[in-house]
Design a protein around this ligand. Structure first.
Ligand code: SAM
Length: 421
């Protein structure tokens, strides 16, 4: 790979794959490249991380080098599998890695073996679920998972919450990848196979694409429930939302001189605060969910926190903001002009709005709600909505991996736009 950067961070010997990935999300390709090469040359690659390392080298854009890396990593997985063919954990880890290394069939075979060697290692079953669905193999998924769940139910030794959780994994996974009819069938089968009462409410996991976003009360309830595990869960999903904001602030040149009034709109538990605090004279967080606000309070870093519905202008805190940030929040809104107007209302003229949305992809014309209850937005629609709401054309727009769900990357786009004078 070329272009090793002189960036001091890239020379730090302790940088791991997660650091290299973060550098790439931050737009620092040279540093990410140098870190990846260093990991490779020092052989600091675990089986769990090999797939991510290959993906990183591929995203860095040197196809020949990526192929070289892929071949070396596949050889490592083959050796490990050969020596440990009866070990469910090795089959799980190496199978998933082979899958990520584009050796899909062999990867899926090893995952299937892991699942049959240790049926109660639910992680392997979940990994196989994601791998099959990501590969468009819905029929195989149903053919493996329905008998699997039926067998686990007959076993009697599986706690009922675990069993219900696995049915939820299946239903949510099918919906996530757009297999709504199969998900409805899974709900029916759960009703048939689970003991009385245990399948209650599973239909609420069915996709509701095209329907209106959740009401403020539903949203509050959902995030209040989620608050306790939010940080850990987002870390497991490889959440990059706050890094998107950090990168946009760097790119627009917001100095770290503690001079600005910043509103963190939909602040959640305050994951963006560490990036905002050094730039803020006043850092105000607001959110719909009291549970999330309590976590933000406990984290610290904010000068004030307010309960606010971003859809309701009357509930906004008073202020004259130099920067308003909305990380991973507008994805809970379908139509954007109204909420963007609200976010603009107390921005000073020329002030910045920095926000992320989930990427619409080619098939989304304006916005579309999908199974998770979130929305995806088309770039043209976001730009038109910004203009309608009183913003200039965005000066920063970049698309990167926002997080992963069922192992599949969710792409997000970050925008930074100034309010018109
Ligand atoms: C995925 S979290 C993101 C939190 C934080 N910005 C971060 O980057 O971690 C989405 C947050 O938006 C909040 N939210 C959703 N709809 C909202 C609304 N209408 N008004 C205010 N906050 C809202 C939720 O309560 C939740 O805390």
């Amino acid at each position: 790979m070329s272009d090793a950067s002189a960036d001091p961070e890239a020379d730090a010997p302790q940088l791991g794959i997660a650091d290299a990935e973060r550098l790439l999300v931050m737009g620092r390709r040279g540093a990410a490249n140098a870190a990846a090469e260093r990991i490779l040359s020092e052989g600091r690659v675990s089986a769990q991380e090999a797939g991510r390392l290959y993906e990183l080298t591929e995203r860095l854009g040197d196809a020949e080098r990526a192929e070289e890396v892929r071949r070396a990593l596949v050889a490592g997985m083959d050796t490990a599998l050969e020596a440990n063919f009866d070990h469910p954990v090795v089959c799980h880890v190496c199978g998933y890695t082979l899958y990520l290394l584009r050796e899909k069939e062999r990867g899926i075979a090893a995952l299937t073996r892991s699942m049959s060697l240790a049926p109660k290692n639910f992680d392997a079953a979940r990994t196989l679920l994601g791998a099959l669905l990501l590969d468009g193999r819905d029929e195989e998924t149903m053919a493996i998972w329905l008998p699997y769940l039926s067998e686990l139910g007959r076993d009697g030794g599986v706690p009922k919450e675990d069993l219900r959780g696995l049915w939820i994994n299946l239903i949510a996974g099918l919906c996530h990848f757009g297999y709504e009819a199969q998900a409805a069938e899974a709900v029916r089968q759960a009703g048939r196979l689970l003991p009385e009462g245990q399948a209650d409410g599973l239909e609420s996991y069915l996709a509701d694409a095209g329907a209106e976003p959740a009401s403020p009360d539903q949203m509050t309830e959902m995030f209040d429930r989620f608050a306790e595990i939010y940080d850990r869960n987002l870390e497991e999903l490889g959440n990059n939302g706050p890094l998107f904001v950090a990168r946009a602030l760097e790119e627009i040149g917001v100095p770290r001189d503690g001079a600005l009034a910043i509103l963190d709109a939909g602040c959640g538990t305050g994951l963006c605060a560490p990036f905002l605090r050094p730039r803020a004279r006043l850092l105000h967080g607001c959110d719909l969910s009291p549970g999330m606000l309590a976590k933000a309070e406990a984290r610290g870093g904010f000068d004030a926190l307010t309960r606010t519905d971003l859809a309701d202008p009357a509930s906004y805190p008073e202020g004259a903001w130099d920067v308003v940030v909305a990380a991973d929040v507008l994805t809970y809104f379908g139509e954007l002009p109204g909420v963007l107007r609200n976010l603009a209302a107390d921005l000073v003229p020329g002030g910045w709005l920095v926000f992320t949305v989930e990427d619409g992809g080619a098939e989304v014309l304006e916005w579309q709600r999908y199974s998770s209850g979130r929305c995806r937005h088309a770039r043209g629609y976001v730009e038109a909505s910004l203009s309608e709401a009183g913003f200039r054309a965005p000066e920063v727009t970049f698309t990167e991996i926002l997080r992963r769900e069922f192992g599949a990357p969710i792409l997000g786009t970050c925008y930074a736009a100034r309010k018109r004078h």
